[in-house]
Each structure stands twice: as C-alpha cells, then as structure tokens.
Design a protein around this ligand. Structure first.
Ligand code: 5RP
Length: 237
C-alpha cells in the first residue's frame, strides 16, 4: 500500500494508521476528506480485507465516498447512521487547544456536521500542521452562490472590527470558474495571517447572511494524532 513514501506522506500515513486502530467492530465512523484522510480510508480498507473489521463509514465528501466504496468499506449516510461513535479527519492547522482550521479541500460543511454529530473527533496530521496561533492558512468560508459578491463585501467590512492581521478575501477558483462544493456553494478564502480570537470570529462569520459555515472548528476536536516523517507518532488530548 505504501511503497517508497516521501517524508510528508510517511507522516500522514503513520498518523492515519495509528488512528485507524481506534475503529472497532460495529462502530459508525465519520470519514474525513483530504490527502491524510485518504490514507485513513486506505488503512481502514486494509483492516476490512485482512482482519474482517466490520464498521459503517459516513463520508464527508463524494471523493471520500468513492474511495471508501472502492476499498470495500460499507458506506452509509449521516441520516442512516443517526449519530456517530467516532470521526477521523485531517486539518489544515491545529493550535494548542486543539482548535482547527479546516476546509482546504473544500469539504468543511459536511466535515463540521459529521464531526459535531460524533461522540469523538480525532484529527490526523503531519507535524507541520501544528501552529501556535491559527490564521497563516487562509480560512475557508462556504457561501451561497446567490449574492456572493455582496456577502464578500459584508464579510470584509465585518473583519475590520476583529483581531486579525490581514483582511483580504478571495473567491476560490477551479480554473476559470468558481470552485463549487458538494453542496453547490462557493468558497471564500480569508487571508487573515493571524486570528487573535477564533471563537469570536467563528460566531461573527456565521451571522452574515449568505455564509453557510466557516472552517474554524472550535471545541470540536478531542484528540490529535501527529505523524512524523521518520515514522514517529504522537498523541495529543
Ligand atoms: C478538507 C479538509 C482537509 O482535512 C484539510 O484540508 C487537510 O487536508 P490534507 O490532509 O490533504 O492536508 O479540511 O476540507
């Protein structure tokens, strides 16, 4: 499954492999999106094949759903699952209090719904995702396509009163067209550089008409599994 891996892929793989061990027979498990989460799905697929592990997965994107099915994992919707025992997902940034920026892959809405509907959320990441203060990674905000420029203007205005260093916002593109999420929405990336008060920002963003959800995951993550390029793994609770 792994062959010769670059240090960054090795770090993602070892974190994913360790977290895959948290999944037990009978569990309903949220499956994240992104390159690290894809390693998790591969590791779980291997456990299904080799050990006969039986669990049901709720994917957070069409990409993850497709990969999970290809690897023989039973896929169900969140509606069918009702509630989840565990969600395992990647992240773009993780601070000292396990608050996150997510949505680099554009799946933040389903990811947040699934993580919040879980008894436990575990994040898997390479060590470079750990930061002292969130914000160097552009913060993704999912917005309705209707009136998106007006939403963007309101959002930029609202940022003025907040403890952030940068205020530029950009519409995420896919070639010449706006990037479209699985829910048919657009993404605005907020280039804030440093987010002084993530909780306040998250609340403010979701009050703007047109904003569907933001990529700040505050008090949602319970545990982080950090992988290193040399194969070491660290757990943080
Ligand atoms: C997708 C996400 C991903 O979990 C995040 O972007 C990390 O991705 P990767 O594991 O590829 O670095 O939030 O919306």
């Amino acid at each position: 499954m792994t062959g010769e891996l670059s240090p960054i892929d090795k770090a993602k793989f070892v974190a994913a492999k360790r977290a895959a061990e948290f999944v037990e027979d009978g569990m309903r498990v949220g499956l994240g999106t992104g390159s690290t989460a894809a390693w998790l799905v591969r590791c779980l697929g291997e456990r299904v094949r080799k050990e006969g592990l039986r669990f049901r997965g709720v994917p957070t994107s069409t990409r993850t759903a497709q990969l999970a099915r290809e690897l023989g994992i039973e896929v169900i919707s969140l509606e069918e699952a009702g509630w989840l025992d565990l969600t395992i997902d990647g992240a773009d940034e993780i601070d000292g209090e396990l608050n996150l920026i997510k949505g680099g892959g554009g799946a933040l809405l389903q990811e947040k719904i699934v993580a919040t509907a879980s008894d436990q959320m575990v994040v898997i990441a390479d060590a470079a995702k750990q930061v002292e203060t969130l914000g160097a990674f552009p913060l993704p905000v999912e917005v309705i396509a209707f009136g998106q420029s007006a939403t963007q203007a309101l959002l930029e205005e609202a940022l003025v009163s907040l403890d952030v260093l940068g205020r530029r916002t950009s519409l995420r593109m896919n070639g010449a067209k706006p990037f479209v999420t699985d829910e048919g929405n657009h993404i605005l990336d907020l280039h804030l550089n440093r987010i002084g008060n993530a909780r306040e920002l998250a609340l403010m963003l979701n009050q703007i008409p047109g904003v569907v959800e933001n990529g700040l995951f505050i008090d949602i993550c319970d545990r982080v599994v950090i992988g290193h390029g040399d194969g070491r793994v660290e757990l943080r609770d």
